[in-house]
Design a protein around this ligand. Structure first.
Ligand code: TLP
Length: 345
């Protein structure tokens, strides 16, 4: 049976065009800066983010980690959301490996941080306290429902940070989803911040990799950190080649995933026993819960879904996340709705 894998857009496999580009990629030693394909990807990424330079890294986690460490000294404090991926799901890397302290503010329902909350969290110049150095934003915001922040908000935070001498790093793992949903270019969301990480290996379908972008000076620092973290990847052009195809061919089509997310959400709201969480889907994610009427444990529901060929991400005792991506078509959406109907009845 062919599975409809809605657990994440990280499950996406490379397209045939990517495999071909990988097979034919021109390569060199990237630690010497000599891989032409990596260099090309980094240049393309920097242009798309409106930054001076880019650095190809192994993952979104590595991009965020190298980014935060390039901005901060040990003992500095980062302001992040309490629902941020950096805080929840990156194994505490910024504190474990960077000695960076974090202050978590409540994410607003749309994934933003309130400017008043940031203002109140900035430390005094007092030897008892860590030094506030960096604000981390996430756009689109995974744990808040795949919601996005507007260019206006990104500008507000950028301006606010500059006035107070703080840096801003954007976890833009899915920045192209955020931009597509608003009909704007990704760089409009990235320009107001100092650094941004975006992922090639999620909705864009490349097998591996993310790009960290920022000023030339910032990327020079991040390059040393990438080496320190074991991320100097030598003939990485094989991987970067897929990333180039991803940027050239997979960005425009993300709106199809958003349309299917809405279709899936509409279908699931018709199923008694299910309730949508976190509003309607803003991008490619649908969050839902089982109502009290559904008696069986979620593990039983998951088993039934699996029997119908549906893989879903369990996010809590009664809740799921479903993520749309290139390998899910309209028939997959219909199968998912039918499977949920059968599983919860
Ligand atoms: N997110 C994964 C899981 O780790 C939860 C997923 O399935 O959504 N930032 C954001 C906003 C992310 O959603 C993720 C991955 C990352 C960073 C980390 O990227 P990778 O997995 O490449 O290290």
């Amino acid at each position: 049976m062919e599975f409809v894998d809605l657990r994440s857009d990280t499950v996406t496999k490379p397209t045939p065009a990517m495999r071909e580009a990988m097979a034919n990629a021109e390569v060199g030693d990237d630690v010497y800066g000599e891989d032409p394909t990596v260099n090309r990807l980094q240049e393309m990424a920097a242009v798309m983010m409106g930054k001076e330079a880019g650095l190809f890294v192994a993952s979104g986690t590595m991009g965020n980690l190298a980014g935060v460490l390039a901005h901060c000294q040990r003992g500095d404090e980062v302001i992040a959301g309490n629902q941020a991926h950096i805080f929840l799901y990156e194994a505490g890397g910024i504190s474990v490996l960077g000695g960076v302290h974090s202050c978590q503010l409540p994410n607003q329902p749309d994934g933003s941080l309130a400017l008043e909350d940031i203002e109140a969290a900035i430390r005094q110049d007092d030897p008892h306290e860590p030094i506030t150095r960096l604000i981390c934003l996430e756009n689109s915001h995974n744990h808040c429902g795949g919601t996005y922040q507007t260019a206006e908000y990104m500008n507000q935070v950028g301006e606010f940070a500059r006035k107070r001498g703080l840096f801003v790093h954007l976890d833009g793992a899915r920045i192209f989803n955020a931009a597509t949903a608003q009909g704007i270019e990704a760089k409009v969301l990235a320009e107001p911040v100092d650094s941004v990480t975006f992922c090639l290996s999620k909705g864009l379908c490349a097998p591996v990799g993310s790009v960290l972008c920022g000023s030339k000076e910032f990327i020079r620092k991040a390059n040393r950190l990438r080496k320190m973290l074991g991320g100097g990847m030598r003939q990485a052009g094989i991987l970067a080649a897929a990333g180039i195809v991803a940027l050239e061919t997979m960005v425009e089509r993300l709106s199809e995933d958003h349309t299917r997310a809405r279709k899936l959400a509409d279908g699931l709201t018709q199923v008694p026993g299910l309730v949508l969480n976190l509003g309607g889907p803003a991008t490619n994610m649908v969050f839902l819960s089982l109502t009290q009427e559904v008696q069986p444990d979620i593990s039983v529901i998951v088993e039934k879904l699996n029997k119908h060929g549906i893989l879903a991400d369990v996010t809590g005792r009664r809740s799921f996340r479903l993520v749309l991506h290139y390998w899910i078509n309209d028939a997959g959406v219909e199968r998912a709705v039918a499977a949920f109907r059968a599983a919860v009845q």
